[in-house]
Design a protein around this ligand. Structure first.
Ligand code: FAQ
Length: 317
């Protein structure tokens, strides 16, 4: 087959909504875009463990502690599915880790904000996992098979995460005055950064148009952000919390909420590494990686020993 007919075959698979699999021919830029997005997503999952990890030892009850621990472990698992999906595109996991640890790779801006009260655990589950689900449900139909299949499982777990966050917020909001204030304060601090998670406006998003054409992205940044706002504003009413946006207003004509301006300078500043916790997150991650070296060495030595023993037994038989 000529390159042109490979390209035609690829285009027809995309048009017919047939998933592209690792051994299929794909254009170089399609492969590059997937490696970029999937690896950034994987990095986000594991860096995303850190803000919540900050509260494991201080959770207010044994139940809250075990739920939080399980949730954070789930995020590690999501990272692993995603790194595996990226590896099917021909990159090594070590090279992806190198990019993260050297500060070259991006991960979601949201994880560079501090978690200063217990209510932040509720706000992260409710808003951050809520935004993640909104973005990831359409990705269950993304055109690359291994990514789509990873997303199915991730979304099931994320919906449990979202509910546990909502439940924390509900308990605090309906609790004492101080608890209610804590919930509102966390909402005030996490609302705008959560809206930024969806990425820059479509008009300033260099990748959206092509990614939508390739059906990697099934919806644009602005479409997903609007959907998230419409759903979450209603949830805030149930919680008895006030959305921290004085411009928020239902627009009958559009059938959506209008909302105030997002501070895109703040977003780009965080993406460039100057958010409140960028340095701390990367340092913590690198330290965990270095401290885990002996575990990786021991696992490799054990695997070598087993292999040698098996080879010896085969020789003796
Ligand atoms: N933060 O042209 P676009 C989670 C970058 S998982 C940092 O719009 P694209 C689970 C973008 O990479 C959260 N950088 O790009 C959890 C690009 O830079 P590049 C992560 C951002 O790819 C919960 C440039 O700006 N989810 O939360 C951000 O078409 C709780 C131009 O942007 C995913 O990764 C940002 N927010 O659209 C874990 C989902 N937004 O590469 C623990 C999969 C944009 O040219 C606790 N990813 N940038 O240097 C996607 O859907 C897309 O990649 C977007 C960005 C929508 C994030």
């Amino acid at each position: 087959m000529s390159v042109q007919s490979f390209q035609e075959h690829f285009d027809s698979l995309i048009d017919r909504e047939v998933t592209i699999e690792p051994k299929d021919w794909m254009p170089n830029d399609y492969r590059k875009t997937l490696i970029r997005q999937i690896s950034q997503h994987a990095h986000s999952e594991i860096i995303g463990m850190l803000p919540e990890g900050n509260w494991i030892t201080r959770a207010p009850s044994l139940r809250r502690k075990s739920v939080l621990l399980a949730k954070i472990q789930d995020e590690a698992g999501h990272g692993l599915y995603l790194y595996s999906a990226a590896e099917t595109l021909g990159v090594t996991r070590d090279s992806l880790y190198d990019q993260l640890h050297s500060g070259k790779a991006k991960y979601s801006s949201i994880f560079n904000y501090p978690t200063i009260t217990w209510a932040d655990m509720g706000a992260i589950g409710w808003l951050v996992d809520g935004a993640a689900i909104m973005n990831q449900v359409p990705l269950c139909r993304t055109s690359y098979g291994p990514y789509a299949r990873a997303m199915v499982r991730v979304c099931k777990e994320e919906s449990f995460h979202q509910r546990q966050g909502f439940e924390i917020m509900l308990t605090l909001s309906k609790g004492t005055d101080v608890q209610h204030k804590m919930a509102q304060d966390a909402f005030n601090r996490w609302w705008w950064p959560s809206l930024m998670m969806f990425g820059p406006p479509d008009a300033e998003s260099p990748h959206t148009e092509q990614s939508v054409r390739w059906r990697i992205k099934r919806m644009t940044n602005d479409e997903l952000r609007q959907k998230f706002i419409d759903v979450t504003v209603e949830q805030a009413k149930v919680l008895g919390l006030e959305v921290p946006d004085k411009d928020l207003k239902w627009n009958e004509e559009r059938g959506h909420y209008d909302f105030g301006p997002i501070n895109w300078d703040e977003f780009w500043n965080v993406v460039k590494g100057n958010g409140p916790c960028n340095k701390q997150r990367l340092e913590t991650r690198k330290k965990a990686w270095e401290n885990g070296q002996w575990v990786r060495d021991a696992a490799m030595a054990h695997a070598e020993k087993r292999k040698a023993r098996k080879a010896e037994a085969a020789k003796a038989a």
